[in-house]
Ligand binder design. Structure first.
Ligand code: UTP
Length: 291
């Protein structure tokens, strides 16, 4: 039977961003810029590059700037047009999505990533779907992570998680997979555990915020079982389906920045600034003064 294509992507943006307070008191974490684009734009660009047609945002109170960002800013556009600011107008291009291709669902309470994904169940329907965590910036513009995953999905189907090897002492920060047979960048999964202590970790292969999932995951999530941290964990629902459905880890080989974390966010800004011809020299010169 032909595989159903991955047309829909869920962007959970309902989290509180407590690691980034006070900035995230009034600004959604996903709106924090890396150089001059908010994090959410990088994730949306990655999804579109992978052929995603429908974008589903799981939002919360205080996240309205995200909706405004993907709307038309009529007065701004009129003013820039009147002043002949073509470059600035062009900078807005990526914020203009095809009308009707973006949907917003409110997660009324921050009950965890699994709960956020479950809130998308009616829009996802009976199709495979992608999940992208926008605070994880996966930077490989030549071969965006989700595009590589969609290609891999075309070969093996089922469920696929982007994974990277983490430091042995950092397993308690991630969902960690129990690896089975490996074939190139794909590793069969025989289990998964959320934030295990290093001594208990089944491997160092950590999920890094990109998933292709089958709709059956929604059924498991509907039980609202609380896991690590008292939250409804996406990891736990996937773990329940391993063995019932195929699951693979896809080893991502590009750069990754955890922009939900202060140091990760600063590193992302420096790394991407150094790739920007308009500012790289100035940033490099400043770094040289730090000794
Ligand atoms: P995080 O674990 O980074 O949580 O969530 P957080 O609340 O955003 O940030 P910290 O840890 O308090 O600093 C991973 C992703 O899941 C979303 C977040 O918005 C983020 O994209 N999320 C998390 C939700 O949408 N809803 C939730 O209830 C929890």
């Amino acid at each position: 039977m032909a595989l159903k294509p991955v047309r829909k992507a869920v962007f959970p943006v309902g989290g509180m961003g407590t690691r980034f307070l006070p900035a995230t008191k009034a600004v959604p974490k996903e709106m924090l810029p890396v150089v001059d684009k908010p994090l959410i734009q990088y994730a949306v660009d990655e999804a579109l590059a992978a052929g995603i047609e429908q974008l589903i945002f799981i939002t919360a109170r205080g996240k309205n700037p995200l909706e405004d960002y993907f709307d038309i800013a009529g007065e701004l556009v009129a003013e820039l047009t009147a002043r002949g600011k073509q470059a600035q107008l062009a900078a807005l291009d990526g914020t203009q999505l095809t009308p009707g291709n973006i949907a917003y669902v409110r997660q009324q309470a921050p009950l965890g990533l699994g709960h956020a994904v479950w809130c998308a169940r009616h829009i996802v329907g009976d199709e495979p779907f992608a999940v992208l965590l926008p605070d994880e910036l996966l930077w490989s513009p030549e071969a965006p992570c989700l595009r590589q995953m969609v290609e891999a999905y075309g070969k093996v189907g089922g469920n696929i998680l982007a994974v990277m090897e983490c430091l042995p002492e950092h397993t308690d920060r991630y969902g960690i997979i129990t690896p089975g047979k490996a074939d190139g960048l794909l590793t069969e999964m025989t289990g998964m555990v959320e934030k295990p202590r290093p001594a208990d970790a089944p491997s160092r292969l950590a999920a890094v915020g990109r998933y292709i999932l089958q709709p059956e995951v929604m059924g498991v999530l509907s039980a609202h079982k609380r896991g690590a941290g008292g939250e409804v964990q996406l990891t736990d629902s996937m773990a329940e389906l391993i063995g019932v459905q195929p699951f693979h880890g896809f080893t991502y080989t590009g750069r990754r920045f955890d922009c939900g974390d202060k140091a990760g966010h600063i590193n992302a800004n420096i790394a991407l600034a150094l790739e920007r011809p308009d500012i790289a020299a100035e940033v490099r010169a400043f770094i040289a003064t730090l000794g």
